[in-house]
Write a protein that binds this ligand. Structure first.
Ligand SMILES: *Cc1c(COP(=O)(O)O)cnc(C)c1O
Length: 329
C-alpha cells in the first residue's frame, strides 16, 4: 500500500486485539475501575455489538454480572454478536423506543444507571456521554498513541509521524490515536467520518459537516439535529460509525482547526477495504476502511510518515463484503 500511495504508511493494528477491535482497551479499564469502586453490576450499550462483546468478555473474566442494552433492530441485524454476548454470560435487553438502534440503547442504559447508582457501573463505549466519560475513555484509549510512539521509534528511529488518520463514530479510536500527539504541532491529525450514501443524500453520518451545537447523552458537542433539536437518524454502511454525534473532544478539534475532518462514502470505504485486503492480506473492519479511504483524499508531502489506525478486523462485516464482492473483482 505504501508503494501504491507513494508515501510511507504504517498501520496501527488494533484489529489484532482480543475481540477484534480497540474497544477492549476501554472495557478493561472501566471494569477494573468498577471493581475498585466496589460495583457488582455492569451495564453497557451497544450498536453493532462490538462494545457489548468487549464488555461481556471482561465481565466473564472478572465474574461480574453484565447487562447490555441493544436496539431491537440491531439485535436482529447483528445476530452473531448477540450470540457471543449470551455465550459470555451477558443479558441482552432490547431497546424498543425511537429508531430502536444505538442512540435508543444509550438512552435505556442511562435510565438504568440513574436508577441504580449504588451498585451499578455504566461502561460507555466511546468518548461520549456526561463527564468524566469523554475524558476517561480517551485516557483508556490513549494506549493506542502511546504504542504508536514506541512502535514507530522501533521501526524508524523517530517516534513522531507526520500524519495520524482514524475513523470517527463517537470518536474513541481517533481520540486514542491522537492523544499523545495533541501537543505535537508537527503531527497532523485527520479524522474521517462516514458520509454514507453521500454527505447531502439524507443518509449520512458526517456530523461535523451536517451537525450544529447541541446536547446529546449528557454532553455539549456537535449533533445532527432538526432546527427544533430532534436528533436526525444517521446512516452508514458500518454500524460503528452510525451515530448522530461526536465526542466533545472532536468537536473542539474541529472548531479549533487542530484536527482536519474528512468523510468517506459507503462505496469509498468498501473500495478501500478490498484494496487493503488484496494488497496486504488484512481484512479491515468497515469502520477502519473509512480511515483508509481518507488516505486518497489528502495530498501528502514527500517524506510523509503516515499512521492509519486500523481500529478493528473485518470478520463481523463478511456478510456486507460478500454482497459487494463482484464490484471489486
Ligand atoms: C465501534 C467501532 C468504531 C467506532 O467507534 P469510535 O468510538 O469512533 O472509535 C470504529 N472501529 C471499530 C472497529 C469499532 O468496533
Amino acid at each position: 500500500m505504501s508503494q501504491q500511495i507513494g508515501r510511507q504508511i504504517y498501520l496501527k493494528r488494533e484489529d489484532l486485539n482480543h475481540t477484534g477491535a480497540h474497544k477492549i482497551n476501554n472495557a478493561i479499564g472501566q471494569v477494573l475501575l468498577a471493581e475498585r469502586l466496589g460495583k457488582k453490576r455492569i451495564i453497557a450499550e451497544t450498536g453493532a455489538g462490538q462494545h457489548g462483546v468487549a464488555t461481556a468478555t471482561v465481565c466473564a473474566l472478572k465474574g461480574l454480572e453484565c447487562i447490555v442494552y441493544m436496539g431491537e433492530v440491531d439485535i436482529q441485524r447483528q445476530a452473531p454478536n448477540v450470540a457471543r454476548m449470551k455465550m459470555l454470560g451477558a443479558k441482552v435487553i432490547p431497546a424498543k423506543s425511537g429508531s430502536k438502534t444505538l442512540k435508543d440503547a444509550t438512552n435505556e442504559a442511562i435510565r438504568d444507571w440513574i436508577n441504580n447508582p449504588s451498585d451499578t457501573h455504566y461502561v460507555i463505549g466511546s468518548v461520549v456521554g456526561p463527564h468524566p466519560y469523554p475524558d476517561m475513555v480517551a485516557r483508556f484509549q490513549s494506549i493506542i498513541s502511546e504504542e504508536i510512539r514506541w512502535q514507530l521509534k522501533e521501526k524508524t528511529g523517530n517516534e513522531l509521524p507526520t500524519h495520524v488518520i482514524a475513523c470517527v463514530g463517537g470518536g474513541s479510536n481517533a481520540a486514542g490515536a491522537f492523544y499523545h500527539f495533541l501537543n505535537e504541532p508537527t503531527v497532523e491529525l485527520i479524522a474521517v467520518e462516514a458520509a454514507g450514501l453521500g454527505i447531502h443524500s439524507g443518509h449520512s453520518a458526517a456530523t461535523t459537516t451536517l451537525g450544529t451545537p447541541g446536547v446529546l447523552h449528557g454532553s455539549k458537542s456537535i449533533v445532527m439535529q432538526t432546527p427544533d433539536g430532534q436528533v436526525v437518524e444517521p446512516h452508514s454502511i458500518s454500524a460503528g460509525l452510525d451515530y448522530p454525534g461526536i465526542g466533545p473532544l472532536h468537536a473542539h478539534l474541529f472548531a479549533s482547526g487542530r484536527g482536519r475532518f474528512l468523510s468517506a462514502t459507503d462505496q469509498e470505504a468498501l473500495k478501500a477495504a478490498f484494496n487493503l485486503t488484496r494488497l496486504e492480506g488484512i481484512i479491515p473492519a468497515l469502520e477502519s476502511a473509512h480511515a483508509l479511504a481518507g488516505l486518497e483524499q489528502v495530498a501528502f508531502p514527500e517524506n510523509s510518515k503516515i499512521v492509519v489506525c486500523l481500529s478493528g478486523r473485518g470478520d463481523k462485516d463478511m456478510d456486507t463484503y460478500m454482497k459487494h464482492m463482484t464490484e471489486f473483482d
